[in-house]
Write a protein that binds this ligand. Structure first.
Ligand SMILES: Cc1cc2nc3c(=O)[nH]c(=O)nc-3n(C[C@H](O)[C@H](O)[C@H](O)COP(=O)(O)OP(=O)(O)OC[C@H]3O[C@@H](n4cnc5c(N)ncnc54)[C@H](O)[C@@H]3O)c2cc1C
Length: 400
């Protein structure tokens, strides 16, 4: 007979590895992680341009979106930034000191993957790589997951941590939502987020390569706002401020870029008039020269129009570079069918979800890896509270 694990985790990404590490202390070899790729934690190792922006000192629910607005707040409250910092410290990973985005001190994401892998090895957690889960079912209290190649794994509990649909070269192509659907779970519309936007190119001709600190308002599926870097490209716009609002308009819409957020329009008009009186180019010296030239051409010498273009440069968005370029996918397993406190399915007892698989996505800045951490920790905490071993005995009965 196949070994019956206490918990089987499908997906050896950030959420799956964190859930396994949380459970490993108590359950060790009774935990199995099934990962379709040949290596664990590939996306985690590449995150943050290889630096691993793991979390943020300001992890408030305002940085997250979900079909159920209140859903992420529950786990975020139970597992805030401080708890993530403590957890990573137990793995031997210490976070950078500056407020805001938090990285491992070495600024090497692979160090975090190595620490998680080491924690699993130490506690003899079973890891199966090259195991692409195709089918999952529950019969007589036992979950059985079958891989593409026919291998099977069975467990009393199942955590689905298969990620979303972004970056398919890292194992996440969206096909695994079918595993949740097999249990009757609904999947909401899935779309690319934290992604470069394609826009009409005529208004930005001549701006390729120009970077600006700006505010960005976006109007599409919903309204979003951000402040940070905007980078003009030959297809449209990129940069941290664009990434943060991209989920709202990756299906099309409109963005408005404010190039001088700290200067009011009235003040700006005065500055432009003063430069005109001195015989200087109007906007050059106030914004980047190349940007000034493009905006001046569009304003046709009208100071009022130029000021308004600098304050609110409106750009129609045609779409995005798609899931392959996106850092996350928004949408996923509908959270109305999941308990926000425990991440347990409301439809199937013993079935849990963790990470990006669910309809929760966060801003750019460590929020998505924090969600992987908080949701995986919530699922693991509930399993630890239950205190059962694979044979159904409680930890106390077992002397564990
Ligand atoms: C290039 C890049 C950089 C990023 N940088 C950051 C950052 O700095 N900070 C941040 O907060 N977020 C970042 N993100 C987003 C963040 O990495 C993800 O939100 C996070 O990894 C999600 O964790 P997860 O475990 O839910 O999913 P994933 O990390 O995607 O892991 C899911 C795993 O499940 C496996 N899998 C899928 N289907 C199956 C199946 N059927 N059977 C077995 N295994 C399966 C996949 O191979 C994958 O390994 C980045 C994303 C990308 C693509």
């Amino acid at each position: 007979m196949d070994k019956l694990y206490h918990t089987l985790i499908v997906g050896g990404g950030a959420a799956g590895l964190i859930a396994a590490a949380r459970l490993a202390d108590r359950y060790g070899g009774e935990i199995a992680v099934a990962e379709r790729g040949e290596r664990l934690g590939r996306k985690l190792s590449l995150s943050g341009n290889g630096q691993g922006n793991l979390t943020n000192s300001d992890v408030s629910p305002a940085h997250y979106r979900s079909g159920e607005k209140a859903f992420p707040a529950v786990a975020l409250k139970e597992f805030p930034f401080e708890s993530a910092e403590r957890f990573y410290r137990t793995l031997g990973i210490f976070l950078t000191r500056e407020a805001g985005k938090k990285y491992p001190l070495s600024k090497q994401a692979s160090a975090v993957t190595d620490a998680l892998r080491c924690a699993l090895e130490r506690e003899k957690v079973v890891t199966k790589t090259g195991f692409c889960a195709l089918k999952a079912e529950k019969q007589r209290g036992v979950f059985t997951v079958t891989a593409e190649d026919g291998r099977r794994l069975s467990a009393k509990h199942l955590i689905l941590a298969f990620g979303g649909k972004a970056a398919k070269h890292l194992g996440t192509d969206g096909t695994s939502y079918a595993l949740a659907e097999g249990f009757g779970h609904r999947i909401t519309a899935v779309y690319p987020a934290l992604v470069q936007l394609t826009t009409q190119t005529e208004p930005i001709r001549g701006l390729k390569g120009i970077k600006a600190e700006a505010t960005v308002f976006a109007e599409g599926r919903y309204r979003a706002e951000s402040r940070g870097e905007v980078l003009f490209t030959d297809y449209g716009v990129s940069g941290s401020a664009i990434f943060s609002v991209s989920g709202a308009v990756s299906g099309g819409g409109r963005i408005e870029i404010g190039f001088l957020p700290e200067v009011s329009e009235q003040e700006l008009i005065k500055m432009l008039k003063a430069r005109a009186a001195l015989g200087l180019p109007l906007a050059g010296g106030i914004v980047h020269n190349q940007l000034a030239r493009v905006l001046e051409k569009q304003a046709r010498g009208e100071i009022g129009k130029l000021a308004s273009l600098i304050k609110k440069f409106s750009l129609p968005v045609t779409g995005s570079l798609g899931f392959d370029a996106a850092q996350v996918s928004a949408g996923g397993v509908d959270v109305r069918d999941i308990d926000a406190r425990t991440m347990e399915s409301k439809l199937v007892r013993g079935l849990y979800f963790a990470g990006e698989a669910m309809d929760v996505d966060g801003d750019c800045g460590g929020y998505n890896l924090h969600w992987a951490y908080a949701s995986a920790s919530a699922a693991a905490a509930h399993l630890l509270q239950n205190g059962e071993t694979a044979n159904g005995k409680t930890g106390e009965e077992d002397g564990a």
